[in-house]
Design a binder for this molecule. Sequence first.
Ligand code: FAD
Length: 291
Amino acid sequence: MIPGEFEYHAPSSVDEAVALLERLGEDAKVLAGGHSLVPAMRFRLALPQHLVDINRIDGLGHIREEGGFLVIGALTREAEVERAPVVAERYPLLADAARVIADPLVRNRATVGGNLAHADPANDHPAVMLAYGATMVAQGPGGRREIAVDDFFVGLFENAMKPNEILVEVRIPAPGPGSGGAYEKFERKVGDYAISAAAVQLTMKGSTCAAARIGLTNVSAVPMRAHGAEEALVGKEPTADVVEAAGQAAAAECDPSGDLRGSEEYKRDITRVLVKRAIRRAVQLAGGGAA
Ligand code: FAD
């Protein structure tokens, strides 16, 4: 289908973009990579009267370590994350996810900020950022504010930003010693959204799992953390029984719906298996031996 009519705006600074959003109100939408918004417009699921294209704004496409964080500008393309040496060397969970988001054509254009702001539980970055405990930085008329990722996803396609705010940056805490992370995604074919996926970031102290955060993809209406699975793991040695208990907890607490990608029961069991696989790989990367 053809999208509805809209007016196009191309600001050259964040301040200008925020001023436009402030003036145009809820009739306006930010346009980043356009790979979620434009399909929604073509299906007339989104009918914005104004598009505020942020692609000409400099200074939103960085990816660098700074002050104990990996700082990713909202306009960073997925392909840039995939190619960044710092990600390959120090952020294996993010590196895993970057390789399996859509296909190379989409990754050339789609942005990290758009993937998160869209708040689609089928997208891969929400679970990854939940597992990292990342911070979202939003800019509005009153300046910048930080939103913890645990507070960022508030509903299906709904985030905690106001309509006059732009996501400018994502900050991932740099992993400390003994940390490891992994993303396990199961999809029908390369380039597809996940049937289910598990993001695990953990820290080992000797043979004990001292801390763990686990995010799940596409098995709930809102991107979710698997708190029960985390509890099953933390403070314990990740033996086969403990890892199985964590997988079972995740299967029980997720809330998938049956659809063309599989029944609810199937998705729960896939989630159990993926959580176990991701924990095992994360433990190995953390130097904690085979789980
Ligand atoms: P846009 O489409 O431009 O915007 C999406 C939404 O976020 C809009 O509401 C927009 O207003 C808002 N927004 C964007 N940027 C900002 C910002 N900086 N501040 C405030 N609001 C903002 N994703 C996956 O994770 N995994 C997949 O496997 C996957 N497969 C795909 C396959 C296909 C064929 C396609 C077309 C897309 C796929 N995607 C997948 C989605 C893709 O990654 C999207 O591009 C992404 O979800 C949105 O990023 P975008 O930059 O294109 O955002």
